[in-house]
Design a protein around this ligand. Structure first.
Ligand code: ADP
Length: 315
C-alpha cells in the first residue's frame, strides 16, 4: 500500500501540494487526475523518494520515503512519461541492459527479463528492434523495464499520452493485469484516458484533493441530474404553464425552463444535489393535471462535466 498522510510540499513560498492524505490500495488501477500544474508530478516525486514532503509523511509498503528511502525505492517501479528507450536495441536486449543496471546477473537476469516480457505481452516482439515498434509496444517495453525487479508498487506518469484508442484499450487490459498483485498509480490530465483505464480516480487541483472514488462514486456524489419532459401534442398552453409551475414547486427542483429544441411544449428541469430521482413525482403531477407525457428522461451528467465543475470550483 502507498499512504500519504497530511502531505504538504512547498517550493520556496509556493505551496504546490497542500495537506493531501491518500491510501492507495493494491488490486486496482488508481488514477491521479488533474489539470497541468495541479501537483501530480510533485506527489509522484514524493512517492518515488525524489522529493521530501515539507510536512506530513509518505510510506510505501510500510517504509517511510524519507527515513527508509532505500527500502521504499526498492519496492517501486516507475515509468516516466518519456521512458528512456534505446531504439536500436531489441526489447529483450534493452531489458537485459536494464536488468544489469538493476544489479541482476546471469540466470536471475534472464529469468527476470523472460518474466517481464511475458507479463507485458511482449513475447512475439521480444527480438524486434524498438525502432520498428508502434508506440503501444514501445510503451509496453518501458513497462516491462519498470517491473523487472517485480516491484509491489508501479507508478506511471501520463502512460496513455499519444496512444490511439485501440492501444489505450490494450493498455487498460495490461494495467489491470499488472494491478492484480500490486499498487498501480498513474497520473494524467486527460479525463477520458483515466476514465477508460482506472478503477479509482483521485481528482486533484491546485495541490488539493478535490474528489476521489470509483467513476460511479464520483458521478453519484456530484450527480445533479436534469430531466427532460415532453408533453403530448394535445396539451394546452394553460396546462403546460400549470405543469411547469407545479414541477417547479417539487422538492429537489431548482429550475424549470421551456426548451423549444425538445419540440413544442418541451421542458427542461434542473435539480439540486439532494433531489434523487424525480421522474415519478413529475409523472404523477402530469397525470393529476391530465397531461399525457410522451417522454420523461433523466439526464445524468458525464464524468467530464463532474471533472470540469470540480476544476472550476478550485479555480
Ligand atoms: P502537474 O504534474 O500536475 O502538472 P506539478 O507537480 O509539476 O503539477 O506542479 C505543481 C505546481 O508546482 C505548479 O504550479 C508548478 O509550476 C510548481 N512547481 C513544480 N516544480 C517546481 C519547482 N521545482 N520549483 C517551483 N515550483 C515548482
Amino acid at each position: 500500500m502507498v499512504e500519504l498522510s497530511g502531505v504538504t510540499k512547498d517550493y520556496g513560498r509556493f505551496r504546490a501540494v497542500s495537506d493531501v492524505s491518500l491510501a492507495i490500495q493494491p488490486g486496482r488501477v488508481t488514477g491521479l487526475l488533474g489539470p497541468n500544474g495541479a501537483g501530480k508530478s510533485t506527489i509522484i516525486r514524493m512517492i518515488t523518494c525524489l522529493l521530501a514532503p515539507t510536512q506530513g509523511s509518505v510510506s510505501v509498503c510500510g517504509f517511510d520515503t524519507v527515513t527508509e528511502s532505500a527500502k521504499a525505492r526498492a519496492s517501486i517501479g516507475y515509468l516516466p512519461e518519456f521512458a528512456p528507450l534505446y531504439p536500436e536495441m531489441t526489447a529483450r536486449g534493452y531489458l537485459r541492459f536494464r536488468a544489469g543496471l538493476a544489479g541482476l546477473r546471469g540466470k536471475a537476469a534472464a529469468a527476470a527479463v523472460g518474466r517481464a516480457l511475458e507479463r507485458c505481452w511482449l513475447g512475439e516482439v521480444a527480438d524486434r528492434r524498438i525502432s520498428a515498434m508502434s508506440k503501444g509496444f514501445r510503451q509496453r517495453v518501458g513497462l516491462a523495464g519498470a517491473i523487472l525487479h517485480d516491484p509491489r508498487v508501479l507508478i506511471l506518469d501520463e502512460p496513455t499520452t499519444g496512444l490511439d484508442p485501440t492501444q489505450i484499450r490494450e493498455t487498460r487490459a495490461l494495467l489491470r493485469s499488472l494491478a492484480l498483485e500490486r499498487v498501480l498509480l498513474l497520473s494524467s490530465h486527460i479525463l477520458p484516458e483515466v476514465e477508460a483505464t482506472c478503477d479509482q480516480i483521485v481528482i486533484i487541483a491546485r495541490g488539493v484533493v478535490r474528489a476521489s472514488g470509483t467513476p460511479k462514486d464520483l458521478l453519484r456524489a456530484s450527480a445533479q441530474p436534469g430531466y427532460l419532459v415532453l408533453p403530448g401534442r394535445l396539451t394546452s398552453a394553460e396546462q403546460l404553464e400549470q405543469l411547469a409551475v407545479a414541477i417547479a414547486g417539487l422538492a429537489g427542483v431548482s429550475g424549470v425552463a421551456a426548451d423549444a429544441t425538445l419540440g413544442a411544449g418541451g421542458l427542461r428541469v434542473s435539480s439540486t444535489e439532494s433531489g434523487g430521482d424525480l421522474r415519478e413525482p413529475i409523472a404523477v403531477l402530469a397525470a393529476q393535471q391530465g397531461v399525457l407525457l410522451t417522454e420523461l428522461q433523466m439526464l445524468r451528467p458525464s464524468l467530464e462535466q463532474v471533472f470540469m465543475r470540480v476544476i472550476q470550483e478550485a479555480a
